[in-house]
Design a protein around this ligand. Sequence first.
Ligand code: GLA
Length: 725
Amino acid sequence: MITFDEPTGIFHLQGKQTSYFIQKNEQNHLFHLYWGSRLEKRLPDYVLKEIKRASYIADADHITEYKLERLPQEYPAFGNSDLRKPAYQLTFQNGTRISDFRYVSHKILEGKPELEGLPSLRESDDCQTLKIQLHDSYQNLDMTLFYTLYEEGDIITRHVELENVGEDAVEINQLNSACVELPTSDLDLLHLSGSWARENGIQRTPLSQLNYRVESTRGSSSHEHNPFIALVEKETTETTGSVYSMNLVYSGNFEATVDVEMQDAVRMQIGINSSLFDWQLNASETFVSPEAVLVYSQNGLQELTHKYHNAYQEHLLPPKFAKEVRPVLVNSWEACYFDLQEESLLELAQTSKDLGVELFVLDDGWFGHRDDTSSSLGDWFVDQKKFPQGLEPFIRQIKQLGLDFGIWVEPEMISEDSELYRQHPDWCIEVPGRLKSYSRGQFVLDLANTAVQDYLIATLTELVQRYDIDYVKWDMNRSMTEPGSNVLTSIQQKEFYHRYMLGLYRVLDQVTQTFPDILFENCAGGGGRFDAGMMYYMPQTWTSDDTDAIERLSIQEGTGLIYPAITMGAHVSQVPNHQIGRVTPLKTRGVVAMQGNFGYEMDLSKLPAEEKVEIKEQIQQFKAIRSTVQLGKFYRLAVPVRDNAKAWLFVDDQQVVISYVQIHAKPNSPSKRLKLTGLSANTLYQLPTGEKRYGDELMAFGVAIDVVKEDFYSQQWILKKLEEA
Ligand code: GLA
């Protein structure tokens, strides 16, 4: 519930377990009072008064000792008596940069307004929105701070809108989506970072008096850093400690910053990357920032994970797919790469069907004359050499086998050797007159250009209408370099990256709305755009191009910290693994891939008979646990052999699925047990052996881990829920 107390000026956003307080003072400045565990209807109006930090700073509003820098700001401006990092920066026509927005009014609305042109969490029955209207009278600008509280889900979303109600254009240099101040820096910064094929490693760094910046400048949210940060209390574990976090619902360049200031307070912010962003706001125009999702957990990382998973499954994913289990797929990429031959593909499809696969995905190489990465992106018509009869008869045969059919596209890209490039050489991202870089032999289409957006909408609509398609894998395989557009004005060139994102979202919106029943899978060289923005349109993402089971343990752990299992593509692939050459047992590859949307990325038709038998059983096993994995609750388990194993658990009303992977065998290992969590104490569960144990026993003693002389060993237990005592 959101309330406002007029005499104290205190706003209280009170969720199921969390409270967030903002206070407006007599000067109509807004202050951040508190974000943490839930309080009753309290009015902590003494907090600001009792702040007595020393400071070498100017008085605000000519009031002696009224120093903004001493006080926790809700959405700090640049250049006043608070010289810490601002949340926004503007440049006016006279070249000056300071602004002074003051509270004017507010509204508390039921529900949640949509963000114009941008993805955001969807409205639900349990949400209310606080709109705080601010005004800068000198420049005649309105700023609105939006806060939506999902009371049951216990999360807050925020964004900011700036409207030019004056006559002069204004340049926006920065407009963060959210800013929060915490009173002490005795915290660790936690973020998800890595690279291509090594996405989302969990990084944890103790704060000191420094400015921290987690960002992308690559044009997409990137493999390098996910648009997520958390500040966690030093002793935070899975189940204890306070965690404050922000995740941006945006797929382009972002920045997430943490600034520890000289008096030890911490300012944490997230928004579009200001180093690559400026926006001219003309008279009567409004700029809308992306949305940030704020999650607080008072009980460590497990609760954090549950809140994000719940929020995204309930309010972010396309509703049609949010609670629908996903097909077991086979993908042609690691099976054939560009060497697509109709006959062997059909053989692969036939074997896949026999083994229990449900969806056949024709990956890269089916179009234009694409035999390698040097050509054909943009030419979304079938390669007659590979499919002489066209795709229709091929798809018909796949369907006759009883499989769904999926196709790969990379719509945002263009090859120099393509019909599209020959017709529209000016449709690329480029700075006219300068050399543009190839990456994977390709250029990026200029999605800031409406003609390009319209072309993509028409082409994709035509493609999906023409063929009997059930699934589309939407890939994006390079970073953006030489950012520039042939259609933007000189002023708009600075707006390029964000205009690209708005263009992409327009295309995605139209295409996914035209085909609401098609399952779209997002991909950017694996997890290069695994973010909440893309998730709004596409309910699943290919987690990483690294399919090695052991590498996937940490990639999936990091990704799963905030994104639900039902969003993560995870496939069993060949050994030696194509990315790192490691040989792992088929069973372990299966156990690891059963942590998300399960599938195969290998030529099943060429496997020895005994492996086919094993795969058939593996698929049966997955189907038996699929709804628990994709719709149940997820827990990371503490392992008794730190750094040498990972274990996790999914639970729903029917069963518990426990997975354990041990990386290396160690000599003279004592026998250990894996303690479970998330069970109900007095429920009786049946183990795979037929033995029965109560939940409290399983949580106290766990299950026995095998002692083996084998690397990359895995165990999986499925416990049936029997009865409550
Ligand atoms: C990217 C994807 C892969 C595959 C290839 C095809 O790397 O992540 O899964 O689709 O492109 O070129």
